[in-house]
Design a protein around this ligand. Structure first.
Ligand code: TRP
Length: 454
């Protein structure tokens, strides 16, 4: 590839720029919404512990594998597999990733739209004064079953995502994540301090951080691993794509380490907001799903001193976290269209974004907007198929490809560029060859069994 073509693809301005962009991708609704939900439904602190192990042993391994693959090929996922093993079915894994990205984005952006809608609701005082649980439920039902409102905010999220992606790697993704990520960090620390100083916070903390090992079972381990893939943006080529813009002189190992660490830190901090706040309101630990962020939280804000500000900032946080993730999801198909089909970025972003919007229509109508999609819980179904199974399949094949087809030796050679020592080599090789694929196969079998037996 000549220099001209390289500069058209784009590249990060620095290692820090990559870390901002990749943590921006990783940190999202998965951390602030899905992680606390998982914790509350899977035994509290035990889940937290297993989750940290899953990130360290498997998530980090897959992330380093994806970054290495991407930087070596300097291409989108389809191009990367094709570059290393031309004219083989391996590129199908790349296509699966692109499809998965579009499908995840299609429902993710709907939920991000709810967060934006609730930002305006809270800011304008909808939850001021005496709000009862019935009222809070009703406000959410009215909002989420109103196609006009849902589509309006869904369209805004997609529009912003298309706008940022069309500006390119440096002037789009890099520029905006550098603005949004510090904002996110300040918001989350502020909210955690507020939550930790609420009366009753201690009770929430003990549910969250004191492990009760009697709650440990296979399901906890499986959910933890699935959550790790989703939260770290693994298994569909986001990190292959972001890795393809990394300079050859950067250290991939420390980059993967920073991203995994920051993502986990933010998830843990989100728990420090959610659980004390739940305890303050006397809610049981196990509330989750849309009920948590959109029904229970507004209720609590209405009871809390300064709740309107706290609530507004909470939904601002959800929105900011989501946008830096939606751009990373759209970047994958766009990189493919730019690299492999020679499309302009503008055209690619517009078309991929528009198609995603169309695919998102059933999800947007599945919370009351239309009976059929509501009944089959279309959004939830998509979340399991694409946000869970498809990512696990992708991650499995990425491990197998890097470990056995491309080969650990060649991958290590790529890692050595920027990290000549690579002290973690034996551990990483063991995990990418044996531990990670085995764990993923177990997760997949269990998931499929669960679906079949209902
Ligand atoms: N990781 C993001 C979150 O936690 C969501 C996300 C962005 C994602 N890109 C991804 C998930 C790629 C899986 C794959 O909210």
């Amino acid at each position: 590839m000549d220099g001209q073509q390289l500069s058209q693809r784009g590249a990060w301005g620095s290692k820090v720029a990559f870390i901002f962009a990749a943590t921006g991708s990783a940190i999202g609704l998965g951390n602030i919404w899905r992680f606390p939900t998982m914790v509350s439904q899977n035994g509290g602190a035990v889940f937290v512990l297993i989750y940290i192990l899953a990130v360290a042993l498997i998530g980090f391994t897959v992330m380093l594998a994806e970054l290495t693959l991407g930087r070596h090929a300097q291409k989108n996922p389809v191009g990367a597999f094709e570059y290393i093993k031309p004219h083989t079915p391996w590129k199908l894994i790349g296509y699966l990733g692109i499809l998965t990205g579009i499908f995840i984005l299609s429902f993710y952006a709907v939920v991000a739209g709810w967060a934006l809608g609730y930002f305006f609701k809270t800011a304008s005082g909808t939850f001021k004064g005496k709000v009862t649980p019935e009222m809070s439920n009703q406000i959410f039902t009215e909002f989420s079953s109103d196609p006009i409102q849902v589509f309006f905010f869904f369209a805004i999220i997609m529009g912003l995502t298309i706008f940022i992606i069309s500006k390119g790697v440096k002037k789009g993704i890099e520029k905006w994540t550098k603005i949004l990520m510090p904002m996110l960090f300040i918001l989350i620390v502020f909210l955690a301090v507020r939550a930790l100083t609420l009366p009753g916070a201690g009770q929430g903390i003990s549910f969250y951080l004191k492990p009760d090992f009697s709650k440990l079972n296979v399901a906890v381990v499986l959910f933890a691993l699935g959550q790790a893939f989703f939260s770290l943006s693994l298994g569909m080529g986001t990190m292959i794509t972001y890795g393809s813009y990394i300079s050859k002189s950067d250290n991939l190992v420390s980059s993967a380490g920073w991203v995994s660490f920051s993502d986990t830190l933010i998830a843990l901090l989100a728990g420090l907001i959610i659980f004390p706040t739940l305890a303050f309101s006397g809610q049981p630990g196990s509330v989750g799903g849309d009920a948590l962020a959109f029904k229970v939280f507004p209720l609590i804000f209405s009871e809390m001193p300064g709740g309107q500000i706290f609530g507004t900032l909470f939904f601002a946080l959800l929105f900011v976290a989501a946008i830096t993730s939606t751009i990373s999801l759209l970047e994958v198909p766009v990189a493919y269209l730019v690299d492999e089909r020679n499309w302009s970025r503008n055209k690619a972003a517009l078309l991929a974004g528009f198609i995603t919007f169309l695919i998102g229509i059933p999800a947007a109508l599945s919370t009351g907007g239309m009976e059929f999609f509501t009944k089959i819980n279309f959004l939830g179904l998509f979340a399991i198929i694409f946000g869970n199974i498809s990512l696990a399949v992708g991650a499995l094949f990425i491990c197998i490809f890097v470990a056995y087809i491309w080969g650990v030796k060649k991958a290590v050679k790529e890692i050595h560029s920027g990290n000549p020592r690579f002290n973690l080599r034996p551990l990483w090789a063991f995990s990418v060859k044996f531990l990670s694929p085995a764990a993923i196969i177990i997760i997949l079998i269990t998931l499929i069994k669960k679906i079949i037996t209902g």
